[in-house]
Ligand binder design. Structure first.
Ligand code: IVH
Length: 673
């Protein structure tokens, strides 16, 4: 194609891709399938490969990342990035509102409308657009200067790389720059998916930590894989300085930003209080975490006059919902043995309701934590759940201690195999050193091997793995592949049909990709992302096995600790033995063709997703349907065969019901898969 024609085609593709990106991420209402979307993107990438001089920083091709940053440079903020004064009491919100009234009266202003918004729990960033193009994105840093993380922010689907030119015309002030501030966060489903792919020992405690860690990564392709969301709540630099905050929020939406949509103009304290009350329960149903409500003076042109203290503005305040807590009794502590031999104390609690669910267990992490809490058996304890995080014991109530309380004994030997426990220097955890013979460790390694992101052998649940290990039939993952029919049928509750299913599933699993296999091996600190990097850097397994620490540490995102752990793994005779069995079982230890779908259950069906699924991301679910012969569309019509409704399903569910389209929930969807 000639250059000129290519330039036109490239521009057409960019506009189209941007539009679909917006529909997918901001409106959550895609009108084309992921497959069609990928085709458009592929076409754009191909043309840009042919004409590299036509690549621009606002091209959607730049979202896939790939750039490696050595160190982020520091940039000065246009205006200081202040934080907000926090309060936990609605009484203090009243004080704020009264104070605001007084300050405004001093300015001769009577009106004091306030915009109530949700407080998003993430990482604050500032985005600069010059002539409508996204040119710089930075973290808050010390408020005056932050890190330039533009390459990472470009990968976020809800950050427009260029602003809708129609809405943008006449918008900018003299310096042609506008600034948008907001929060980057991870949706609960995206967070869970990310954590699931990480080794247990490296999981993030909550979506906020995961977001902060991801924004700092130096490999933007990895950032692109971990879905994050940007929500905009502040717009400055526009020509019309008199625009109110409420208007600015809707302007942000017109420009293509995601605002969450849950903000309200309040003209008295009653309205503010009812917004706070309303969201105190409703927030649990959102697909992301909110920890409070932010109140801002609607009249932006008065912000500067009202002013700020050294840390926070006087025209805004953050109300934080009290943490969800409950009191209960610590009934007992069990000691779990992980696949790497780590001993984790787990608290068994008198079941108690907390933030919408019943809690009866909670991890105590390690023995230092038990000591720090000073908790004893049968103590009354306070547990807390913030957002989506697993509940944890935050304090013991020794004043309520009775005669029945007794100290928690650190076991001296492994609860699974009885071997003397060890505590390596400098570590907080105790370990069972009996790597080869400890049933709990063997079981843990096999369950990791068969888990969803690894070999995904669903018919091999934990009860079955227990039997296989206890009966001595299986000592490592490699043994699974020499199981025979007569051995399997003799297990408890195992009919001929289930046995056949299991052998078939094992057979199928041999086709899993090389990077999944690397992840499945359960090498310490090697999660899905690291496994992918390793597969890319060492397409031949023999080379990986032979690599030394220095070579491994030069692979992106692999540090000295991970490199060491990989070398240690291959040095173990047990690993060599397992690998030999897996090789004999026919696993190809190299990069190969993509996986084949398991079945064609969605053949000929047109499927629509609405609401949030708990166990699948939207694109993952669509992918699964397509791989099984189905089609995924965005809007309900008579041609729709099936609607899969997740949590908080909205108007599409209604439409489907009216049209008499079949509606199923997540469980049934999973069964179909
Ligand atoms: S406005 C100068 N609005 O919470 C005021 N902040 O605890 C700029 N946050 O520093 C911030 N949701 O990082 C604003 N709707 C919202 C927010 C929000 C979350 C963050 C922000 C802020 C912190 C204060």
């Amino acid at each position: 194609m000639e250059r000129e024609k290519a330039a036109v085609e490239i521009e057409r593709l960019r506009v189209e891709i941007d539009r679909h990106n917006y529909l997918y991420y901001v409106e959550a209402n895609p009108v084309i399938s992921d497959f069609e979307f990928d085709r458009l993107l592929e076409r754009l990438l191909e043309l840009e490969r042919q004409f590299p001089d036509l690549v621009t920083p606002d091209s959607p091709s730049q979202r896939v990342g790939g750039q490696i940053t050595k160190e982020f440079s520091s940039v000065r903020h246009r205006e200081p990035m202040l934080s907000l004064a926090n309060t936990y009491s609605q009484g203090e919100v009243m004080d704020f509102y009264n104070r605001l009234g007084k300050l405004l009266r001093e300015e001769g202003v009577e009106e004091r409308d306030v915009v109530a918004e949700l407080k998003f729990d993430g990482v604050a960033v500032s985005l600069v657009y010059r002539d409508g193009l996204f040119v710089q994105g930075a973290t808050r840093g010390d408020g005056l200067r932050g890190d330039d993380i533009t390459v990472n922010l470009r990968t976020i689907g809800t950050i427009p790389l260029r602003l809708d030119s129609g809405s943008c015309a006449g918008l900018q002030g003299d310096d042609r720059e506008i600034e948008v501030r907001g929060e980057v966060f991870m949706r609960k489903d995206d967070f869970e998916r990310l954590n699931e792919g990480r080794p247990e020992e490296d999981r993030f405690a909550n979506p906020r930590n995961a977001t902060a860690g991801t924004l700092k990564l130096q490999d933007s392709a990895e950032v692109a894989r971990r879905s994050m969301t940007f929500v905009a709540y502040y717009l400055k630099g526009i020509a019309d300085e008199s625009a109110l905050h409420f208007e600015r929020l809707s302007l942000l939406e017109k420009l293509g930003f995601f605002t969450g949509g849950h903000y309200r103009l309040c003209s008295d304290l009653k309205e503010i209080d009812s917004f706070i009350d309303e969201w105190s329960e409703k927030r649990w149903k959102l697909p992301y975490e909110t920890d409070g409500v932010v109140l801002k003076l609607n009249a932006v042109h008065l912000w500067d006059r009202i002013g700020a203290t050294s840390k926070s503005p006087r025209w805004a305040i953050a109300y934080k919902y009290p943490a969800q807590q409950a009191e209960t009794e610590l009934l007992g502590v069990v000691f779990q043995v992980g696949r790497l031999g780590t001993i984790t104390p787990v608290a068994e609690l008198e079941p108690v309701r907390l933030a919408g669910s019943t809690v009866s267990r909670s991890t105590l992490h390690n023995f230092d934590e038990i000591e720090r809490l000073g908790v004893q058996l049968h103590d009354r304890v306070v547990i807390e759940k913030s957002g989506e995080v697993i509940p944890k014991i935050i304090r013991a109530l020794p004043e309520k201690r009775t005669l029945f309380s007794e100290p928690i004994q650190v076991p001296s030997s492994c609860p699974s195999c009885g071997t003397q426990l060890v505590k390596p220097e400098g570590e907080v955890s105790w370990y069972c050193p009996n790597e080869q013979g400890c049933p709990a460790q063997i079981r843990g390694r096999i369950l990791h091997f068969t888990s969803r992101n690894a070999m995904d052998i669903r018919s091999l649940g934990s009860a079955l793995v227990d039997q296989l290990v206890v009966s001595g039939l299986v000592r490592d993952a490699g043994d699974l592949y020499s199981l025979e029919m007569h051995q399997v049928v003799q297990l408890d509750r195992m009919g001929e049909k289930s046995a056949l299913n299991l052998l078939h599933a094992l057979d199928e699993s041999r086709k899993r990709s090389y990077d999944r296999l690397l992840y499945a091996l359960g090498i310490r600190h090697v999660g899905q992302a690291t496994a992918r990097e390793l597969a890319r850097a060492y397409p031949l397994f023999e080379d990986l096995q032979r690599a030394d620490e220095a070579a491994l540490a030069s692979v992106p995102d692999i540090g000295p600790v991970v490199a060491r752990s990989i070398v240690d793994f291959f040095a173990r005779p047990s690993a060599t033995e397992t690998l030999r069995k897996l090789q004999a079982a026919g696993f190809s230890f190299r990069e190969e063709e993509p996986e084949e779908p398991a079945n064609r259950t969605f053949e000929g069906l047109t499927v629509i997703f609405t609401g949030a699924l708990e166990r699948y991301g939207r694109s993952q679910a669509s992918e699964l349907v397509r791989a099984r012969g189905g089609k995924v569309t965005g809007s309900v019509s008579r041609k729709t065969s099936l609607v899969v409704a997740g949590k908080e399903a909205g108007s599409k569910l209604e439409e489907a019901r009216q049209l008499g389209v079949r509606v199923i929930g997540e469980e049934e969807f999973e069964t179909m898969l």
